[in-house]
Design a protein around this ligand. Structure first.
Ligand code: C2E
Ligand code: MG
Ligand code: MG
Length: 752
């Protein structure tokens, strides 16, 4: 995880916050638009309902009008006949006339009233009624004034049955000489006003000019009992007055006693200021449009809810995963202390907040554990992790509020520490060392420290760490020295590294690297039996540069991968050349840095090369240093199995777990480090070790090669110990290819 990732996450968070605000605003606008839309829909629906109910009610009014009109026309016809022929007003003729007329009209009773108040009535079912005096009756009075009359009344004859009574005057020479009357059952009108649409939920009345209800429809329901002025709808009297007086259609919305919203429409009928009053509940539309409307509303609301929930869920999930990534990015997973990324961030803050005139100073310390890999090797990774945790606890306790620390990688810890006097750093190191050394293990856990006293707080933190690291490297492995202070002379090394790094790529492309070959001599025959390919940098200014000046740096920066491939290819080319020249090639050992196992598939690279130059595999031997085995046990093991080639364990004996590795890995060649032969030539014990190591190698069926043979005594010692092959300046130094060709192929006899 890098700083870059953290800033990306932060940027992502900001971006998402902006998106959330944007989307929330969009959702709010959407909700608002939905509400407006729904409101519009409702308003439109209300208007439509109003229009519809008035339209339907108008049809009722027309039907009633037609009915009344027809009845008046009938009576007017008879009145006209009587006016022309008054003789028919005679009692017997009237009776005859009424009997005939009733058959030709829809009246169920008809009558003739005389100016003296008498009225003769013929009922279609009951025949002639007893003569009544109707002088005080309203219809008589109106009729005698010459006005036509119509009203809903309760019949005097017929058990108060509601009837519609008509009266039309017969006027002769400007004088009312009689009235022709007719009566109909109110039910006939009920049918005319009935509205069957709206699921029978509409109710229709005929009301008079004062708002009294004259007639109800078949269903008979109503908001009102007798008059529209009953206060059951919350509508003001003036509104109703106006509606009654208006010659046009009027409508209003109200809530009835149950709280249901309804619309009332008033439509003039054309007689007696009568009106049709139609009332429709809002719910009447629920079966069609209202349902659609409701679903639309629900649908829109659901969309909003889903969008809001979706955003919320997304934000939650992202936040959680961001936090997890942040934790992962900022925390060391083994010790739970800071990691490199978060250390850089925190250190940056501390450095930024430090005042120039502050008495306190800052130091950067880098600490690692000597041979920590062996702890992992001898115990296991889990135990190694426990030790790392213990170390983190010790650091945390000793540093406390005076600084911060982090685990950078493996066993490397960094500390940024506040101090007044340098002695405080020394006592910090002493205390930490004392506690770490006490960690209970059969192997001692010993830390080393590199210290860089920060002068320029603007210096990049990685450079500070590099400086502390350079200091640390100067004491690594030296018993007794537990820490070293960085001084500028050390940074010369940094500059030199930088210079090499600037030059390395052009050097490889410009063929400045060359392969040297150092012959190996068979101890039995004293003849060359192979060689080791060793790199040299033929620098245009510096001359021939030995590998120790650049190989360690290339291993650190990874460039060794390129360089090694170049060397392997050179070795293959040489072998190809020897075959082409008809020589029996001697095998060439190439060095393989442990870095390869991190970067690539070494097996296929080697196989491709061998194929490319079409050479038998047996001519190419591989030399891996012991530490390569230690770091990449699995990969090395599978490489050995897959390549089925000679694999030599180079520099055997300088590491700490050589014997342990030997136990696990089936290497065919053991290359003893120079130290063995040196020791053997100096001490008795050294000689014993050499003898036994060669014995052990023989038992393991491995060939023993000894490096660094410089003197005839050493040759003898190796021969006596049973060593198979010698490599050293005594026989030959590493040399360019053409010199090697002379040495091996153009030389007669053995080398002694
Ligand atoms: P190494 O693989 O152990 O190579 C043997 C080293 O011992 C060589 O050093 C060789 O010159 C030196 N040597 C041989 N006989 C004697 C002797 O009698 N006395 C003394 N004092 N030294 C002797 P060189 O060539 O300087 O290489 C040093 C190391 O650099 C090598 O150690 C190897 O680890 C590394 N190296 C060299 N070339 C390559 C390469 O192409 N790739 C990689 N990865 N590493 C290389
Ligand atoms: Mg070697
Ligand atoms: Mg070696």
């Amino acid at each position: 995880m890098s700083l870059n990732l953290v800033s990306k996450i932060e940027a992502g968070k900001k971006q998402r916050a902006r998106v959330v605000i944007g989307v929330t605003a969009a959702v709010l606008i959407l909700v608002l638009l939905c509400i407006i839309f729904i409101q519009l829909l409702f308003t439109k629906e209300r208007i439509e309902i109003e229009n519809h109910i008035t339209e339907v009610a108008k049809q009722s009014a027309v039907a009633v009008d037609l009915l009344i009109n027809g009845d008046f026309q009938t009576l007017n016809l008879y009145a006209h006949i009587l006016e022309k022929e008054p003789k028919y007003l005679d009692n017997s003729l009237v009776k005859q006339g009424l009997q005939t007329a009733i058959k030709n009209t829809r009246f169920y009773s008809m009558g003739v009233a005389y100016p003296d108040g008498r009225v003769l009535i013929y009922d279609a079912n009951k025949g002639f009624m007893p003569i009544l005096n109707v002088k005080d009756f309203k219809y008589f009075k109106e009729g005698m004034k010459g006005h036509s009359f119509i009203d809903f009344i309760n019949s005097d004859y017929d058990n108060d049955k509601l009837i519609v009574l008509y009266a039309v005057p017969v006027i002769k020479n400007g004088k009312v000489i009689a009235l022709v009357t007719g009566a109909n059952d109110a039910k006939d009108y009920t049918r005319a006003v009935d509205i069957t649409s709206f699921n029978e939920e509409a109710v229709v009345h005929i009301i008079d000019g004062t708002g009294d209800i004259l007639l109800r429809d078949k269903k008979g329901n109503s908001v009102y009992n007798k008059s529209v002025f009953e206060d059951v709808d919350g509508i003001k009297k003036e509104v109703k007055d106006k509606a009654l007086k208006d010659k046009n259609t009027v409508s209003y919305w109200f809530k009835d006693k149950t709280g249901e919203r309804k619309v009332a429409a008033y439509i003039p009928v054309g007689y007696n200021n009568w009106k049709i009053l139609a009332i429709l509940p809002f719910s009447a539309i629920s079966h069609n449009t209202n349902a659609v409307l409701r679903y639309a509303v629900i649908f829109l609301l659901l969309i909003n809810i889903v969008v809001i929930l979706g955003i919320r869920y997304n934000v939650l999930i992202r936040r959680r995963s961001d936090n997890m990534i942040m934790d992962m990015a900022l925390q060391d997973d083994i010790t739970h202390s800071l990691n490199k990324t978060s250390f850089y961030i925190e250190a940056e803050k501390i450095l930024f907040n430090k005042k120039e005139d502050d008495d306190e100073n800052l130091a950067m310390l880098l600490m690692d554990i000597d041979n920590f890999k062996i702890i992992n090797e001898v115990y296991d990774i889990k135990k190694g992790d426990v030790v790392l945790k213990e170390i983190a606890d010790i650091l945390s306790k000793n540093i406390a509020e005076k600084g911060i620390f982090a685990r950078f990688n493996d066993d490397v810890f960094a500390i940024l520490y506040r101090y007044n006097k340098e002695a405080e750093i020394v006592s910090l190191i002493d205390n930490i060392t004392e506690e770490i050394v006490k960690i209970r293990l059969s192997l001692k856990v010993i830390p080393s420290f590199g210290v860089y006293l920060i002068v320029d707080k603007a210096m990049p933190i990685n450079i500070m760490c590099d400086k502390a690291n350079i200091a640390k490297r100067t004491i690594k492995g030296l018993v007794g020295d537990r820490f070293a202070l960085f001084d500028e002379s050390l940074s010369q090394a940094l500059l030199a590294d930088k210079e090499i790094e600037d030059e390395m790529k052009p050097a490889l492309e410009g063929h400045q690297f060359v392969m040297y070959l150092q012959p190996k001599i068979d101890m039995k025959t004293n003849l060359p039996c192979g060689s080791e390919a060793l790199i040299r940098w033929n620098h245009p200014q510096k001359g021939l540069v030995p590998p120790y000046k650049f190989v360690p740096l290339f291993e650190r920066n990874g460039f060794i991968v390129e360089v090694d491939k170049f060397m392997w290819e050179e070795a293959c080319k040489a072998i190809r050349e020897w075959i082409d020249l008809g020589y029996e090639p001697l095998p060439v050992s190439v060095n393989i840095s442990r870095i390869h196992f991190k970067y690539e598939d070494i097996v296929s690279t080697i196989e491709n090369l061998v194929k490319k130059y079409n050479i038998p595999k047996k001519y190419l031997e591989l030399e891996l240093t012991e530490s390569a085995f230690l770091d990449n046990e699995g990969a090395v093991n599978s490489a050995i199995i897959q390549l089925q080639e000679l694999i030599a364990m180079d520099d055997f004996g300088i590491g700490y777990s050589s014997l342990n590795m030997l136990r696990k890995l089936p290497v065919n060649v053991l290359k003893l480090d120079r130290g063995f032969i040196n020791e053997a030539s100096c001490t008795e014990r050294g000689l014993i070790v050499l003898n036994h190591i060669t014995q052990m190698a023989r038992d393991l069926k491995a060939t023993v090669v000894c490096e660094g043979i410089e003197t005839p005594e050493q040759v003898n010692m190796l021969r006596n110990a049973g060593g198979d092959i010698a490599q050293g300046f005594y026989y030959a130094k590493p040399m360019p290819l053409d010199e090697y060709n002379d040495f091996v192929y153009h030389h007669e006899g053995a080398y002694n």
